[in-house]
Ligand binder design. Structure first.
Ligand code: A3P
Length: 262
């Protein structure tokens, strides 16, 4: 813990972003891997004929602050002033809280279970932790709302996307992301957008040898853990109606007055 706090303090005092930096700020399990692949492909499609994502997991292609500072995916309130004043761009991908929780539950069950057959972490406790905010990188709502509010104040520098909208209307959302990343200078035709989506798709990435059997370079986590179902509403397979109701009430309460719906 101390190590993290020291690292975060160093990040806040030392990190000097460039004005052409792009920081991806999503909460874990909201689709960060997808966002990384999309940004990489939008910005490098022409130069990346070899298609680096066939050899490396997106987390090993897109540099993370974790490498230098153990300070990845921080809430907006923890970012250094320098980030706010540098003109660098932030992209936030948000996801429905119940799907985020269920995705996180599956992920940590895979990482933390010593034996594949040992019991999963009780879902009731996972719901309790999520609602109290005591989860990795938590609390969830404050994290999302921080970026949402900043995106409303500084739309040219902070882009707020939703996983569900990316699933529902991928071409439109990728155009929006590309236009943001390229300062409005984006006239990609349909073929380019389709290629970006195809190269970033869950179906393709999941089946690549590197993601089936490889392990991340930055931390020893099997690449396969980052790719599961990628569906909207998968919470229904794990949460009882009572659990869902509890989270829905909390979501309503936490988002009241923000103009954000998740
Ligand atoms: P599920 O567990 O619901 O399937 P993160 O990348 O932030 O760790 O989030 C992981 C979630 O994003 C997982 O959701 C995973 O399946 C999904 N995901 C990973 N890559 C994706 C992609 N290329 N397209 C859509 N969803 C993806």
């Amino acid at each position: 813990m101390e190590e993290y706090l020291e690292s975060m303090a160093a990040f806040r005092s030392e990190f000097q972003p460039r004005n052409d930096d792009i920081l991806l700020t999503s909460f874990p399990k909201t689709g960060t891997t997808w966002l990384m692949a999309l940004c990489h492909n939008i910005l490098n499609l022409e130069e990346d004929e070899e298609d680096i994502l066939t050899e490396k997991n997106p987390h090993d292609v897109v540099p993370t602050l974790d490498g230098a500072y153990l300070a990845d995916q921080l809430p907006y309130s923890c970012l250094p002033e320098a980030v706010r004043n540098s003109g660098c761009k932030l992209v936030h991908l948000a996801r429905n809280p119940k799907d985020t929780l269920v995705s996180m539950w599956h992920f940590y069950n895979k990482i933390l279970r010593r034996e594949p057959m040992s019991s999963p972490f009780p879902i009731e406790r996972a719901v309790e932790s999520f609602c109290s905010g005591v989860i990795p990188w938590g609390p969830f709502y404050e994290h999302v709302v921080g970026y949402w509010e900043e995106s409303r104040k500084r739309p040219d520098e902070v882009l707020f996307l939703k996983y569900e909208e990316l699933c529902r209307d991928p071409k439109d959302q990728v155009r929006k992301l590309a236009s943001f990343l390229k300062n409005g200078d984006n006239d990609d035709d349909d073929d380019v957008v389709e290629k970006v989506l195809q190269r970033s798709s869950l179906g393709r990435l999941k089946e690549l040898e590197v993601n089936k059997n490889g392990v991340l370079e930055i931390v020893p986590i099997p690449n396969a853990h980052f790719f599961r179902k990628g569906t909207v509403g998968d919470w229904k397979s794990c949460l009882t109606p009572q659990m869902a109701k509890r989270i829905d009430h909390l979501t309503q309460f936490k988002l009241r007055g923000t103009g954000l719906s998740l």
